[in-house]
Design a protein around this ligand. Structure first.
Ligand code: AMP
Length: 376
């Protein structure tokens, strides 16, 4: 595993007046390039298909200064590309598409310094670790989990699969045979692999809120997390999931649809902006604070920069956290001028998107000679 010391040694050789921000041309790269360029950084985008490059060229204010084409994104671990990136004093911004490459790759093969704590990706990826972090250590409420034998007829369960799959293949089930039948269908259609382990959860009924936080170890104003960092609520979104989100318009039940071989899925295809009931905001900050504090103990130096708690708000105003993203989420893409919360925190002129907040953090760290505090 690449150690923080090794990364900091590399960082020691960087010309910090000529930093490059590099990322994969996917997920949240447009806002990341847009902000990094405006804050004076050189930018590099990795892409596979020509159409991806053309897409990033079609938004000239956000086109990276340089492109690097790869056949597979795992080539980012090879020495040819690594050497070029190190030569250009590059800092990688990890987003959801990096998480799909797996933490093994990120922690063992990706030698280029990354913004934030790359070790946090393991705690996002592994559901057992996630539970240890959020439920056991941070004391947040999460959906109960069951083994297939514990499924009781008549109750509703939610079945999901690992990693950042974007909800693909997730389903509700109501009995052991229903569970087995649906797993068989998913394997047969290739939607899930033969070896893929399902996680069976209590079905949570509520309204979804995805809270975008930014944790800065370089600041210590309100909302303070111990004496270590400052927590900011940058925005809230909700994911648009096909085809479940438009089903209410059909007035058909899931059972009726299944009879016609239509199986509703939860595949993420977009995001919509949201604000929360204002009297719930103290709880929202407290959840972020607890997750941050637990991260300091479990995977030092803990969370750095953006993270997201994905929650259901229930009718009793309590939140159940069903997922965490330990890096920027695509739901921040909507807020290129900043969300209402970012405006309330930074002022209208700041136009504080998550991409801009990241670029400013790197800029502040380099000016104060504190890059090691935000790079692993
Ligand atoms: P995720 O990939 O974990 O963000 O989940 C994708 C979607 O599945 C969420 O946006 C929810 O709509 C749904 N979901 C996840 N966990 C549960 C649960 N325990 N109960 C009900 N719905 C869930």
């Amino acid at each position: 595993m690449i150690s923080i010391e090794e990364t900091h040694k590399i960082l020691g050789h960087y010309d910090t007046s000529k930093l490059t921000i590099a990322t994969m041309c996917r997920h949240s790269a447009l806002q990341l390039f847009y902000s990094a360029k405006r804050e004076g950084f050189n930018t590099i985008g990795f892409y596979q298909q020509e159409d991806e490059k053309k897409t990033y060229q079609a938004f000239p204010a956000s086109t990276p200064d340089e492109f690097i084409q790869v056949n597979k994104y795992t080539e980012l671990g090879e020495s040819k590309i690594t050497d070029e990136l190190l030569e250009k004093n590059s800092i990688l911004i990890l987003h959801g598409s990096f998480v799909n490459l797996g933490s093994d790759f990120i922690l063992n093969d990706l030698k280029v310094p990354t913004f934030g704590n790359r070790y946090a990706i393991q705690w996002e990826e592994d559901r057992k670790k996630q539970r240890m972090w959020l439920e056991e250590k941070a004391g947040l409420k999460m959906p109960k989990e069951y083994s297939p034998d514990e499924i009781e007829k008549g109750k509703i369960y939610f079945v999901k699969f690992g990693r950042a799959r974007g909800g693909k293949g997730f389903f509700q089930c109501r009995s052991r045979s229903d569970f087995k039948d649906q797993i068989k269908i998913l394997k047969k259609s290739g939607e899930i692999g033969e070896e893929e382990e399902p996680t069976i959860q209590e079905y949570i009924s509520g309204t979804r809120y995805y809270f975008h936080y930014f944790l800065s170890p370089l600041s210590n104003e309100d909302w303070k997390v111990g004496d270590k960092a400052q927590l900011t609520l940058m925005g809230i979104d909700r994911r648009d999931e096909t085809d479940i989100d438009d089903l209410p318009r059909t007035f058909l039940s899931v059972d009726e649809l299944r009879k016609s071989d239509i199986r509703p899925t939860y595949t993420v295809v977009g995001n919509t902006p949201l604000i929360a009931r204002e009297s719930n905001l103290p709880k929202v900050f407290k959840m972020g604070e607890r997750a941050a504090e637990a991260s300091f103990e479990l995977f030092p130096p803990g969370m750095i920069g953006p993270f997201c708690l994905e929650t259901f708000c229930k009718p009793d105003m309590s939140y159940t956290v069903f997922e965490v993203s330990a890096r920027i989420v695509a739901g921040t893409n909507y807020y290129i001028h900043g969300s209402p919360y970012a405006e309330l925190a930074f002022g209208q002129e700041a136009s504080m998107s998550m991409g801009k907040r990241i670029a400013l953090e790197i800029d502040k760290a380099r000016k104060q000679n504190r890059l090691k505090e935000i790079i692993t």
